[in-house]
Write a protein that binds this ligand. Sequence first.
Ligand code: A3P
Length: 355
Amino acid sequence: MDPFKSSSMSPSIKLPWLPVRTKMGWPRRGQIYVWITFTSLLLFFCVTLTFNGHVWKMFDSNMHLDEYDDANEGYGLRKLLEDPEARIERLRQEGLEKRLPQCIIIGVRKCGTRALLEFLDLHPNIKIADMEMHFFNKDENYDNGYEWYRKYMPFSTSKDITIEKTPRYFISESAPERIFRYNSSIKLIVIFRHPTTRVISDYSQVYENKLERNKSFEPFEKIVIDKRTGRVNTGYKAVRISMYYYHLTQWLLYFRRHQIHIVNGDNLIVNPLEEIKKVETFLGLDHAITDGNVYFNETRGFYCMKSGINQHCLGAQKGRKHPDIDPQVIRKLNNFYRPYNRKLFAMIGQKFDWD
Ligand code: A3P
C-alpha cells in the first residue's frame, strides 16, 4: 500500500513547500524524492555556509575526523557534540587556556582596525578576541572584573599572543589608566589613517546607518563646517577623533613609546603584508604571514585573507564608497589637521604622507 495514499496521513496544515495534496491529488513518489533531495541539498549548503568552508575540508583528502578536529578547534563535529565542561578540561590538559590579552588594538575607529585584526589572525601564534569588548572604557563591563573579561578570550597556548581590539579605547578617558593598572608592560597597537579620510569614512558609516533607518541626515559639508564661523566644526565628534595628537598624548602619560606600535592605515589598504610584518616584529613573532595569506579581490577592491583552502574578505560595511565632497571643504579640513599632525609626528618620531 502506498502510505502517501492513506487518508489518515492527510496533513492538517498545508504549507506550499511541503509535498501536500493538491487539486491534482497526492504527489507522485518521484516528486517526493525530488523534494527530499532538494531539502537535503539546501540543508547541506546551510551547514556549509555556517562553518565557512570547514565542512568541505572534512571531505577533503584522507583527513581523519580527529585530525580534522585537532586542526580546526571549535569546528569539528566531535567537538561540537562534546560536553562543554569536558571540552574545557580536555583543552586545559592540552595546554590551552583562555588568557587575558597581551596586546590590545586601541584604535582608531575607521582606520582599518578590523582588517588589521583579521590579517593578524592568520598567524598561528596569534589568537584574537572576535568581539570588541569595551572592557576598559565602559564602567558596567569593567566592574565585572578580569574573570568576566577572560571568558570572552579565545583559547591559546603559552606560546601564543592574545589580541583584543576596541577602537573606542583610543578616545576613552578611563582606558589608558585602567589598561596600565591591568598590565603596565602590555603591547599596544594604534592604526592611523589620513585624518580627513577618516572623518569622511566615519560620516559615511553613520550616514548609511541613518539611511537604513529612514532617518534624515545632513550633508557632510554642513556638519563639518560651522556655518556661523566658516571654520571646521570641532563640535562634531568625528572631527575630534581625527585629532590623533591630542588623544595619543593621554596614552603616553602612562605608556612608553616603545610599547605602542603605530600602523599606517593608508598603507595597510595597498600593502597589507608590509604593515603586518612590522607588527609581527613588534610582537616578537616569526614572520609566518606570507604572500600566500593575502590576495587582491578585484570585486571588493581590497586585499583579502587566505588560509589553506579558506578565503575571506571583510564584509560590505568595510570599504564603503565615500560620497563626493566639496574640494574646498577637504582643503579646510587638511589645513585644520596640519598643525596637529606635525605635533603628532614629532611626538611619535614617525611621519605619514598626509599633506
Ligand atoms: P572605508 O569603509 O571608509 O573604506 P575599521 O575596521 O577600523 O572600521 O576601518 C574600516 C576601514 O578599513 C575601511 O574604511 C577600509 O578602507 C579600511 N580597510 C583597510 N584594509 C581593508 C581591507 N583589506 N578590506 C576592507 N577594508 C579595509
